[in-house]
Design a protein around this ligand. Structure first.
Ligand code: NAD
Length: 497
C-alpha cells in the first residue's frame, strides 16, 4: 500500500456527534432540522437542529454559571495555562479521528487534515496556553505620588461565528485566545460543516476545562448566529465570513449593545510577480498553490496574478502544468489533492461568476467549467482568465473557487498600482529577488498581510491574520489575537495622603 492509500478511510464508519455542546455536554434541543451533506458525494453525514435564541440563551446561562463556579477570569494564569495545555494534549491524542471527521464533513482532503488541520488546532490551543501568564499591563507617566495602571481584563462572555472552509482551525483561532484571556465562549459552527468543532468541544471536559466555558451551538446564520450577536450578555463578537455578512453583523452588534467586533472577511488577493523573481518554477508552484489550495475556498486565495509582461507567458505555462496535475477526488482518499466545492449551490455560484466575466469580455485560457466528478460531489476545473478588467464581475467579486485572473504590467509602479483593489485588502504576495523592491511594494499595497516569495500563511502561529478595508479589521492569531479578547481598564491611585 502506498503512503497516500494508507490514509484512505470509509466515511460511513465515523462517529458523528449529535447536538449542541452546552454547559460541558451534548444536548439535543428541538429546532428546525438541517441535513448536513458531505461535499465529496452529497450524501448525508448527519443532522443538526437550528438552535436559535433558546439554545443561545441556554449557552449564555451555562457560560455565566461556568465563569462563576470556576472563577476562570481570576484564577492564577498558570492554572488556565495548565488546563489549556491539557486540552491541546487531548486534541493531539484524538487528532486522527478529528482529521477524518474534518475530511468527511468539509472540503479538506485527508492528506491535509491528517497533518495540518487537527494537529495545528492543538498547536493553536498550546500557543495561547503559553500566553496566559505573559499578558502584562502598563504604568503610565504621571505626576509624583500617583500610580496609573493600565490592565487588560476579559470581556466576560464573548461570541464567535465561523465559516465552513477550515472549520476547526478557524474556530480555534477564536476560542483558544478568548479562553486564555479569561473569557467564556459561545460560538456557532457553520451549518455546512458543524461536526469537527462539536467533536473537538466534546473533548474539553476530559482536559478539565470547566463546564460552560466553551459552548458550541449549531444553526443558521440569520437565526442562531444573529441570536449570538444580539444577546445582551455577550460583550464582544469575533466573526470570520463574507464581507456582506460581516457588515450586517456589525450593524446588528452596534444596535444591540454597541458590541466591539473583530471581522475577518473576504479577499481578492494579488500575487505580484516581478521579472527578477529568482526561480520561476518555484514561483509557479507558490502561485498555483495560492489559488488551488482548498479549491480556492480560502479567504486569502491569491486569485489575481499581477505579472511583469516579460515573464508572463513562461510563468503561466508552468502554472497551467500545475493545474493539469491536480488530483480531484473524495476527501477521504489519501491521493486526493484537489478539493470539492462545499455545496452544489456554491459550485453554481462560482460558475455563474465565471460565465458573467466571460460574457463581459474575458476569456478562459483553461477551465471555466465544472469538472466531471466520479461521484455526486461538485468540483470546479482550475480556471485561468485573461482580459479581466476592473469593470468586470471577476475583478470585483470574490470567486471563492479555483479561479485566477491574469493582469500584465510593464513597470514597477504600474504593477504595484494594479495589485491594489478598490474594496478588499486582506493579503498579497510579492515575488522578486530584490528585497528592497519587495519591502517597498509591501509598504505600498493596502493589505493586512503581505508574503514575500511565498503565498499563504506559514504554519507559525505568531503571524497575525486580518485585513484592511472591505476585508475587515482586528486580527486573529499572534499577540494581537489574544489582545482582541481583552478590554483595557485604567486605574488611578493617588497615594500622596
Ligand atoms: P458567510 O458570511 O455566509 O457565513 C459565515 C458564518 O456566518 C456562518 O456560520 C453563517 O451561518 C453565519 N451567518 C450568516 N448570516 C449571519 C447573520 N446574519 N448573523 C450572524 N451570523 C451569520 O461566509 P461563508 O460562505 O460561510 O464563508 C466564506 C466567506 O468567509 C468568504 O467570503 C471568505 O473570504 C470568508 N473567510 C474569511 C477569512 C478571514 O480570515 N478573513 C477566513 C475564512 C473565510
Amino acid at each position: 500500500m502506498t503512503a497516500a492509500a494508507s490514509l484512505d478511510f470509509d466515511p460511513n464508519t465515523l462517529d458523528v456527534p449529535a447536538g449542541h455542546f452546552v454547559g460541558g455536554r451534548l444536548v439535543e434541543r428541538p429546532g428546525e432540522a438541517i441535513l448536513v451533506l458531505r461535499p465529496s458525494d452529497h450524501q448525508p453525514i448527519g443532522t443538526l437542529s437550528d438552535g436559535g435564541e433558546a439554545v443561545v440563551d441556554e449557552a449564555v446561562a451555562a457560560a455565566k454559571a461556568g465563569l462563576a463556579a470556576s472563577r476562570w477570569a481570576t484564577v492564577s494564569p498558570r492554572e488556565r495555562a495548565r488546563v489549556l495545555h491539557r486540552f491541546a494534549d487531548v486534541v493531539e491524542a484524538n487528532a486522527p479521528a478529528l482529521a477524518r471527521l474534518e475530511a468527511a464533513n468539509s472540503t479538506r482532503p485527508i492528506a491535509e487534515t491528517s497533518v495540518r488541520d487537527a494537529v495545528r488546532t492543538a498547536g493553536v490551543i498550546r500557543y495561547y496556553a503559553e500566553f496566559c501568564d505573559k499578558l502584562e499591563g502598563d504604568i503610565t507617566a504621571t505626576e509624583g505620588s500617583v500610580l496609573s495602571l493600565v490592565k487588560g481584563e476579559p470581556y466576560g462572555i464573548v461570541g464567535a461565528v465561523v465559516p465552513w472552509n477550515f472549520p476547526m482551525i478557524t474556530a480555534a483561532w477564536k476560542f483558544a485566545p478568548a479562553l486564555a484571556a479569561g473569557n467564556a465562549v459561545v460560538m456557532k459552527t457553520s451549518e455546512l460543516t458543524p461536526f469537527s468543532l462539536i467533536a473537538l468541544a466534546v473533548l474539553s471536559p476530559e482536559a478539565g476545562l470547566p463546564a460552560g466555558l466553551l459552548n458550541v451551538v449549531n444553526g443558521l446564520g440569520h437565526t442562531t448566529g444573529s441570536a449570538i450577536v444580539r444577546h445582551p450578555d455577550i460583550r464582544k463578537i469575533s466573526f470570520t465570513g463574507s464581507t456582506a455578512t460581516g457588515a450586517k453583523l456589525m450593524a446588528e452588534a452596534a444596535l444591540n449593545g454597541l458590541k466591539p467586533v473583530t471581522l475577518e472577511l473576504g479577499g481578492k488577493s494579488p500575487q505580484l510577480v516581478f521579472a527578477d523573481a529568482a526561480d520561476l518554477d518555484a514561483v509557479a508552484g507558490h502561485v498555483a498553490r495560492g489559488f488551488l489550495g482548498n479549491a480556492g475556498q480560502v479567504c486569502t486565495a491569491g486569485s489575481r496574478l499581477v505579472v511583469q509582461r516579460s515573464v508572463a507567458e513562461p510563468l503561466i505555462e508552468k502554472i497551467e502544468a500545475s493545474c493539469a496535475a491536480v488530483r480531484a477526488g473524495p476527501t477521504w482518499e489519501g491521493a486526493t489533492t484537489f478539493s470539492p466545492i462545499v455545496s452544489a449551490r456554491q459550485a453554481e455560484r462560482i460558475d455563474q461568476l465565471v460565465r458573467a466575466t466571460i460574457a463581459e469580455g474575458a476569456t478562459a485560457r483553461i477551465g471555466g467549467r465544472p469538472l466531471e466528478a466520479r461521484n455526486a460531489g461538485a468540483w470546479y476545473a482550475p480556471t485561468i482568465l485573461e482580459g479581466v478588467t476592473e469593470a468586470m464581475t471577476g475583478f470585483r467579486e470574490e470567486f471563492f473557487g479555483p479561479v485566477l485572473s491574469v493582469h500584465r504590467f510593464d513597470d514597477v509602479d504600474e504593477g504595484i498600482a494594479m495589485a491594489g483593489h478598490p474594496v478588499y485588502g486582506l493579503a498579497a504576495s510579492v515575488y522578486t529577488a530584490d528585497i528592497g523592491k519587495a519591502l517597498r511594494a509591501s509598504d505600498r499595497i493596502a493589505a493586512g498581510m503581505v508574503w514575500v516569495n511565498h503565498h499563504g500563511r506559514a504554519p507559525e502561529f505568531t503571524f497575525p491574520a486580518g485585513g484592511f478595508n472591505g476585508s475587515g479589521f482586528g486580527k486573529d492569531m499572534g499577540r494581537a489575537g489574544i489582545e482582541g479578547f481583552q478590554r483595557q481598564k485604567a486605574v488611578w491611585i493617588d497615594y500622596a495622603a
